[in-house]
Design a binder for this molecule. Sequence first.
Ligand SMILES: Cc1cc2nc3c(=O)[nH]c(=O)nc-3n(C[C@H](O)[C@H](O)[C@H](O)COP(=O)(O)OP(=O)(O)OC[C@H]3O[C@@H](n4cnc5c(N)ncnc54)[C@H](O)[C@@H]3O)c2cc1C
Length: 397
Amino acid sequence: MKEHEVIVVGGGISGLSLAYYSNKAGFKTVLLEKNSTVGGSFASPKYAASGKNFWLELGAHTCYSSYQNLLDIIEGCGVSDTIIPRAKVPFSLMIDGQVKSILSQLSIPELLMSAPNLFKLKKTGQSVKSYYSKIVGERNYADVVSHFFNAVPSQPTDDFPAEMMFKSREKRKDVLKNYTFREGLQSVAFAIAAQKGINIFTGMEVKGVRFENGKYIVRTASGDELTAPTLALAMPSALSSAMLSDVNPDIANHLGQLKAATVDSVGVIVRKENINLKPVAALISPGDVFFSAVSRDTVPDDNFRGFAFHFRPGLDEKVKRERITSVLGVSMSKIEHSDTRINTVPSLRMTHPQWLEKTNTLLADKKNLLLTGNYFGGMAIEDCVIRSKSESERLKR
Ligand SMILES: Cc1cc2nc3c(=O)[nH]c(=O)nc-3n(C[C@H](O)[C@H](O)[C@H](O)COP(=O)(O)OP(=O)(O)OC[C@H]3O[C@@H](n4cnc5c(N)ncnc54)[C@H](O)[C@@H]3O)c2cc1C
């Protein structure tokens, strides 16, 4: 049985940032990740062709100057120089097979009539639908804006708490407003994982946890056991709930109350000359089988273009293939490469602030159990890092 001080389960940005803080605070930290690489929803797989690598984001794609805690970690890892701007290409709508600008689909009189509400209404206690339909007008919300919101967590967002969708945070003035990284977001995950002192084991799925003699014992799929006085779970809420069912049924049940959606993503790479679609940041097609098709046009390449289609879950492969080829206007034979990914995102409800308050109460006297993920303060990358930072502050020897 291998002894550590902190075991982190899950190698997405939540687990990695927690491991970063724990390591920085001087704790011997080990992180276990089920997949063959770290990153989770930071997934920028590479396609090697034409003598170089073309990466495509199958998950998160954009960071902002307001992601101050993430930026501190990026600086701490010495990779600030890998930050690059995103090309200014539009987020567009696809209506009846045609690419349309957002503005062309909005009712301007309705927008002008509703806009003053922006200065009068508060988000607190309002759902996304109730708040934003007053800000942009009911028709604009239903026909256009709601589809952009749904594209963010790839699920319907009408019932999400408005205050958790887009948060206003203080921005760093010395950083690009929005940016990505030279090798995609997953390179940030690799940079954190490479920090001296953090032990990372990939391809190591945790199957169970028990608590004996003041220590957590974590059992992996291969039968290994690791032990530490502190355990940090950084997986989707349902998985963390299952891990804690014997160790702490109250917290397990509480986590089990949350709902989440799976995002079924298919990335495709096409030679530039084979596609006529004008450059876009993403395409949103209201009422379609996919929530968004996020493009690599934000970091243009000489030879290739790439698109990650984020589908509703449970669709037949044939349906997805047909939709991809029809949206891009290419035949299957023109798809050079494709890749798939399943991610989990929380389905936040209006009662989430109360749920969060109870979570923190349940955890208050459990200094040796840390919980992080994208289902606490929000699902944005910065929310994950903020949660990990505050959980790491509970670390005690
Ligand atoms: C398609 C998509 C686009 C997004 N775009 C953006 C964006 O542009 N900007 C933004 O701010 N946010 C974006 N987000 C949100 C943000 O990327 C995620 O909320 C965040 O990356 C989640 O990180 P996480 O570490 O909490 O979870 P995850 O990334 O899901 O990581 C959890 C990890 O736990 C591992 N794991 C699970 N079970 C086990 C086990 N039993 N043992 C060991 N390991 C296990 C998983 O393999 C995974 O690596 C996007 C999300 C998605 C899905």
